[in-house]
Design a binder for this molecule. Structure first.
Ligand code: ZN
Length: 362
């Protein structure tokens, strides 16, 4: 250390009169749970749906997920399903919008109501219904907020990282291939640390019922591995099983996925709070790409013709926002506001990204 540096460090420590210390750089973490309905997020186990998945001779009271997650009120049920999210994160640190029972709504502005258009709306800041209209792995023609953050904040490729269970994220998250660190689907995790190397080998040997979606457990472990070794400023964790088990009609697995995801969020949060680089300067946004049907007939599905598929939710944990619990009585938020919100948290000008993007949520 030179004397100049030492003097600067000492001045910084005691606070030079009249000089503002340089603000510590912010970090953002975006988490999405694919096709996670407002019904489960705010009300947990839906008894009619669970019943509709049983054989005629099965009793709902005998089901393991009923025993584990049922309670009389939505508030008690959701704390059983996601005890960390509801009992700690939303109670002490953040807020969540989208509960229709509180007159709170979060909507998609895209009309398709399936995954690629939903994620693109989130990452690009608005819908492009004419060009973003399929789930095919076609490269996103629009620059994403992740790419913009990397270039504007002068970050390295390792510092903007995406870990996703669904393979199509390779195409969704960057319009210029190779701009970001991206690991999606059953793709090998090339830069794994020693522990994650074992998981990297194992993911190919533990297939799911779906060709393009791996188990969220691998996605989460790889993200944690990258976090610990590279300390990225921008992390996007895209989990998928909430959607795929629902398509398969496995409501028991859907609920178990929420509970597992809650434990992952707890581990992620505790890890972030234990690091001086992240504690007190990390902003977390959780949301979903689309809703799904509201009834026993259509809860498995989503898309433009399914009522409820355009209704989503959004949770915020930010040092700059009031921890207000559940949002009530406000004009609807939209998925198109995520990009600008992340940029505002990073101290970047969202209008320079796209003046037509949804505005930041405060
Ligand atoms: Zn889906």
């Amino acid at each position: 250390m030179t004397w100049l540096f030492l003097a600067a460090a000492l001045l910084g420590a005691v606070g030079a009169p009249g000089a503002q210390p340089a603000p510590a750089p912010a970090s953002v973490v975006l988490v999405t749970l694919d096709g996670a309905r407002v019904e489960e997020m705010f009300g947990s186990l839906d008894l009619d749906i669970l019943r509709s998945t049983l054989e005629a001779n099965q009793r709902v009271e005998d089901q393991p997920v009923y025993r584990r997650f049922w309670a009389e009120t939505p508030e008690a049920r959701r704390e059983k399903l996601m005890p960390f999210f509801w009992g700690t994160l939303m109670k002490a640190h953040g807020s969540v919008a989208g509960n229709p029972a509180r007159n709170s709504r979060v909507r998609l502005t895209n009309g398709h109501r399936f995954s690629y258009p939903g994620y693109s709306e989130i990452l690009v800041g608005r819908a492009h219904d004419e060009t973003i209209k399929s789930n095919e792995p076609v490269r996103n023609p629009y620059q994403t907020v992740l790419e913009f953050m990397r270039s504007r904040a002068g970050l390295s490729r390792e510092q903007v990282a995406v870990f996703a269970s669904w393979s199509v994220f390779d195409a969704i998250v960057e319009h210029a291939e190779g701009a970001l660190t991206v690991n999606a689907g059953f793709e090998p995790f090339e830069t794994a640390g020693p522990e994650a190397r074992v998981l990297n080998a194992l993911q190919a040997e533990t297939p799911t019922p779906w060709n393009s979606v791996r188990h969220d457990a691998y996605t989460f472990r790889f993200a944690m591995d990258h976090l610990a070794r590279h300390k990225p400023r921008v992390l996007y964790l895209a989990l998928g099983e909430t959607d795929d088990w629902a398509h398969d009609g496995r409501y028991d697995r859907v609920l178990e996925t929420y509970a597992r995801t809650d434990r992952s969020l707890q581990e992620l949060w505790n890890w972030l709070q234990a690091q001086s680089e992240y504690r007190g300067r990390t902003h977390l946004l959780l949301t979903t790409d689309h809703g799904r049907g509201r009834t026993t007939k259509d809860w498995r599905d989503h898309g433009k013709d399914v009522a409820g598929a355009g209704e989503t939710w959004m949770a915020f944990v930010s040092p700059g926002m009031k921890p207000r619990g559940e949002w009530r009585d406000h004009p609807p938020l939209t998925a198109s506001q995520v990009a600008a919100t992340l940029l505002a948290w990073m101290g970047l000008d969202w209008r320079a990204f796209d003046p037509l993007a949804g505005s930041p949520v405060h």
